[in-house]
Write a protein that binds this ligand. Structure first.
Ligand SMILES: C[S@@+](CC[C@H](N)C(=O)[O-])C[C@H]1O[C@@H](n2cnc3c(N)ncnc32)[C@H](O)[C@@H]1O
Length: 244
C-alpha cells in the first residue's frame, strides 16, 4: 500500500471509528456519517464490500433492461456491468444520502441512459417496472429494511430479478436453505463491530428474502476486511426471480 492510500484510508477509518452519529432523522445521520468520506468512499469500499462484481456478473440481463439500484451510494456498482449493458440498458440509482448522491451526479452527468434519484427507498415510486433491482450492502443500513424489500419486489417486472449482496449472521436456528454456521463468539463480535457504524447484521433480512422469492439462487461466502488482521466477515449473494 502506498503512503497516499494510507493517508486516504486514515480519514475513512477515523469516520468509521467515530461511528454513526446519533440524533436527528435517518437521512441526517447518513449525511453526517458520509460527509468527509464520500470522496474516498469508492476506493475504501472496493476492499470492504466483497462479491458485488460476482453478483452482477451472475445476472441474466437482456439488452434494453431497466436496472434500478436502491441505496446506490456513489454509483460505483455501475462499473461492474459489462460495457454493452452499460450502453444499452437504462439505470436508475436511488439513495437518500446527500454527499454520496452528489458524487453519483457528478460521475454520471453526461450519461443520458442513467438517472440519479435522491429518495427514501421506503417510499420509492417508479413510473416504469424494473428488470433488475439491486440492493448492494444497503439493507443492513436500512432500519426500514422490511418495507424496502417489499417495495423492491413490487418494482419488478414479470420475470425480473431481485439481486442482493450483503453481510449477514446466522443465529442458532438458521434457515434450512443456509449451509454456513456462525458461532456465538463471532456473532457477538461482528454484530457489535458493525452496529457502531449503523450496520445491522442478523439473519432476518436473508430469511425474509428467501420467503419473499421462493424462486432464487443463494450462495454464502466470507470476505477479508481491510485493516482487520485477516479477519473475515460472512456475506451472501442472492438472486430471486419474480414469476413470469
Ligand atoms: C454501505 S452503502 C452501499 C452503497 C452501494 N450500494 C455500494 O455497494 O457501494 C449503503 C447505502 O444505503 C443508503 N441508504 C440507507 N438508507 C436508505 C434509505 N432509507 N433510502 C435510500 N438509501 C438509503 C446509504 O445512504 C448508503 O449509500
Amino acid at each position: 500500500m502506498r503512503w497516499s492510500e494510507g493517508v486516504r484510508d486514515a480519514g475513512v477509518l477515523w469516520k468509521l471509528l467515530r461511528g454513526m452519529p446519533g440524533g436527528g432523522s435517518h437521512a441526517s445521520r447518513l449525511d453526517r456519517f458520509y460527509a468527509g468520506q464520500a470522496e474516498h468512499y469508492d476506493a475504501f469500499r472496493e476492499r470492504l464490500l466483497g462479491g458485488r462484481r460476482e453478483l452482477i456478473a451472475s445476472l441474466d440481463i437482456r439488452p434494453g433492461s431497466h436496472i434500478v439500484e436502491i441505496g446506490a451510494g456513489t454509483g460505483a456498482n455501475v462499473a461492474f456491468f459489462d460495457a454493452a449493458r452499460q450502453r444499452d440498458c437504462s439505470f436508475t440509482l436511488v439513495d437518500l444520502c446527500t454527499p454520496l448522491i452528489e458524487q453519483a451526479r457528478r460521475r454520471f452527468a453526461d450519461r443520458a441512459n442513467l438517472s440519479v434519484l435522491q429518495a427514501d427507498a421506503t417510499r420509492l415510486q417508479m413510473d416504469r417496472p424494473a428488470d433488475v433491482v439491486l440492493l448492494s450492502y444497503a439493507l443492513t443500513m436500512m432500519p426500514t429494511w422490511d418495507a424496502v424489500m417489499r417495495r423492491a419486489a413490487g418494482l419488478l417486472a414479470a420475470g425480473g430479478q431481485l439481486a442482493v449482496v450483503d453481510f449477514y449472521l446466522l443465529g442458532s436456528d438458521p434457515p434450512p436453505a443456509c449451509r454456513a454456521r456462525h458461532g456465538a463468539l463471532q456473532r457477538t463480535f461482528w454484530r457489535h463491530w458493525f452496529r457502531h457504524d449503523g450496520v445491522e447484521l442478523d439473519q432476518r433480512r436473508l430469511q425474509r428474502l428467501l420467503d419473499l422469492c421462493p424462486q432464487h439462487e443463494l450462495s454464502e461466502h466470507r470476505h477479508r476486511l481491510p485493516w482487520m488482521a485477516g479477519l473475515s466477515v460472512p456475506y451472501f449473494r442472492f438472486v430471486g426471480r419474480r414469476a413470469a
